[in-house]
Every structure is written in C-alpha cells, then in structure tokens.
Design a protein around this ligand. Structure first.
Ligand SMILES: C[S@@+](CC[C@H](N)C(=O)[O-])C[C@H]1O[C@@H](n2cnc3c(N)ncnc32)[C@H](O)[C@@H]1O
Length: 312
C-alpha cells in the first residue's frame, strides 16, 4: 500500500468526513491524516497538504532522524500513534521555533516538512507541505484585553495567509462585525473601518478612532453606495446561508470596486461542498478551512485590480 501514496491531507479537526468526500483515491486514514494514491490537489477541508510524501524504512530512532535530516533541516511531527517513539525522533532533529506567533508574524520562507510514523519501522515524510504553520495550526500570542471576543484570531490567520494587511489610509467594510473582534484587528492595522451589523459593537471597540458603525441588514449594502469611495477590503463574518452570501458577494466582485475580500462561509449541519466549490471558482480566490474556523470555511480573494500585491 505504501508504494501508492502520492499525497496526504491533514483534515481539520472533526472534519475528516467532508475531506474524504472531497478527495478521490483515499487509501488509508491515520488519525486525521488521509493518505491518497492521487497527486496532491486543493482540498478545502485539509489543514495541511503533503505533496509527494516518501516512505522511509527505519531501524532505529537515530536512523529515522538521520534519514529525515538528509532530506532537509526543518521538520514537524504529526503524531497519531507510537507517540513516545515519534517524539524521540523529533528530539533528535534540529529545533524548530514552535512558540506562538506575534501578529503580524514573519513566517519562514519555506514551510516545515512533516513526518509521521505509520508503524514502528515506517515513516511517512513530506518536504513540501502547503501550510506555513506546523500541522496547519496557527497559534498566535493572544490579546486578552483589546478585542471583545476570540474572532480576531480567525482574522489574524486569514491575513497571515494572504501575506497582506489592511494599511493606514485604506478603507475597509466589515459586515457581520458585532461585537467587533475583526474591526479591532483592522483598526490595529491602521486602516479605517465601517462595521455593519444588526447588533451593536462593544463599547470599547466602537470608541476606537477610525471605526464607524451602521446598524442595518448587511445584504442591503450594495456597491452603488460606494462609487465615490473605492474599498480596499471587504470582510464578512455574517451568519447566513452560504448561497445568500455567494449571491451578494458576486455583486461586489463584479462591480470591481473592492480590491481584497475575506469572508467566512458558515454551515449549519453537514457542510455543502458544492457551494464551497462555487466560491473557489471565483477567479483568483481560494477556499480553506482555517485552524480557527469552526463549521465554516474562509473564502480569500486578495489582490484585485490596483492592490499592492497578491503574495499567496
Ligand atoms: C460570528 S458573529 C461576527 C463576529 C465578528 N466578526 C467579530 O469579530 O466580533 C456574526 C454576526 O453576524 C450578524 N448578522 C447576522 N445576519 C446579519 C445580517 N443580515 N446583517 C448584518 N449582520 C448580520 C450577527 O448579528 C452577528 O453579530
């Protein structure tokens, strides 16, 4: 079986089932790691994708560490079995910084490779993983005082993955913005933000310079209102049916008025793979499950016309 492994996908925690539905050619599941006989492809529910993993026969912990070091320096471990043996191998490898990241983080140029033990004498290892975060886990230094909730971590992660931040002088719209975790992040980046929600912002966020608020239904907001004022970023974290968000967001994409988009696609019960594919089919965009996402996906479209870059 090991000879046919061409890719591996680490499912977001609790989302192995939707990942399996997305993939063809799954040959085995080890914990959250799905092994596939097909070449690597995009998968919304994968937290980390391993390209061309290699199978290494090992006869000792030292042998395992030497074989990994001969491939590259930086490794992280996905441990689902034989935890102690796997940890001893990891300890023989050069140290890799695993501290929480300060936002905005500077990420390594090359994501770390990842290995796992399939059994006592067999390692699976990939030097080419999709996520810049070890095992796709984006751990940030937390701010317990500024933001009113933990939603800010989701935006930290999304912005880190786009490689772009709202800048001083930029104008952002934040729909479904209450109580204000995302508005707080955008304001901290130095940009101006108009937050829209049916519920108010928390007072501490509402009082911050550069944040304004309108109490209204987000879906009544249309590009025509902003013809005089181009929008640098449109953020949405509205709880709504994905189809409704899709119809609304298409109007904004087609208007060309907005450069960058970050939107959460929220599911009730079983995730709808077809709508996720519809979002992903919007040119120059992608859909992924962030480490900080729950039963939801994030649609990212960075770098539209006139933007300063589209690094990822
Ligand atoms: C997950 S919360 C947003 C959290 C927010 N992003 C933050 O960082 O604090 C979802 C929000 O969507 C809002 N919402 C749901 N439907 C809406 C609509 N049609 N128009 C405006 N806001 C809506 C809810 O009132 C709720 O505040």
């Amino acid at each position: 079986m090991t000879s046919e492994i061409k890719s591996a996908y680490l499912a977001a925690k609790g989302f192995t089932e939707p990942l399996l539905k997305e993939l063809n050619g799954a040959v085995a599941v080890h914990g959250q790691l799905v092994l596939s006989s097909q070449p690597a492809r995009k998968a919304h529910w994968a937290q980390n994708i391993w390209e061309n993993p290699v199978v290494l026969e090992i006869d000792s912990i030292n042998d395992a560490a030497n074989k990994l070091k001969s491939l590259q320096r930086n490794w992280c471990l996905y441990s689902h079995t034989l935890h102690r043996r796997a940890k001893l191998i990891l300890e023989k490898l050069p140290p890799v910084n695993s501290k929480p990241l300060s936002f905005p983080p500077s990420l390594p140029q090359v994501p770390p490779g990842t290995f796992t033990l399939l059994d006592e004498n067999t390692l699976l290892a990939s030097t080419k993983c999709s996520s810049p975060f070890p095992n796709g886990e984006a751990h940030f230094v937390e701010d317990k005082k500024g933001p009113p909730n933990r939603a800010y971590l989701k935006l930290y992660e999304a912005l880190t993955l786009t490689g772009m931040m709202p800048q001083a002088g930029e104008f952002c719209i934040d729909v479904g913005g209450s109580p204000g975790g995302w508005a707080w992040v955008i304001q901290q980046c130095g940009a101006e933000v108009l937050s829209i929600d049916r519920s108010p912002l928390s007072q501490s966020v509402a009082e911050l310079k550069g944040i304004s608020f309108q109490k209204r239904d987000a879906f009544t907001l249309l590009p025509e209102e902003f013809e005089e004022r181009p929008i640098d970023w449109l953020f949405s974290d509205v709880v709504c049916y994905p189809d409704k968000l899709y119809e609304w967001i298409l109007k904004w994409v087609e208007s060309g008025i907005c450069k960058n988009f970050v939107c959460t696609i929220k599911f009730k019960g079983e995730p709808d793979l077809a709508i996720a594919d519809k979002f992903a089919a919007i040119p120059d965009s992608r859909v992924l499950h962030l480490f900080h996402n729950k039963n939801e996906l994030t649609w990212l479209k960075p770098g539209g016309p006139g933007s300063k870059g589209n690094e990822k």
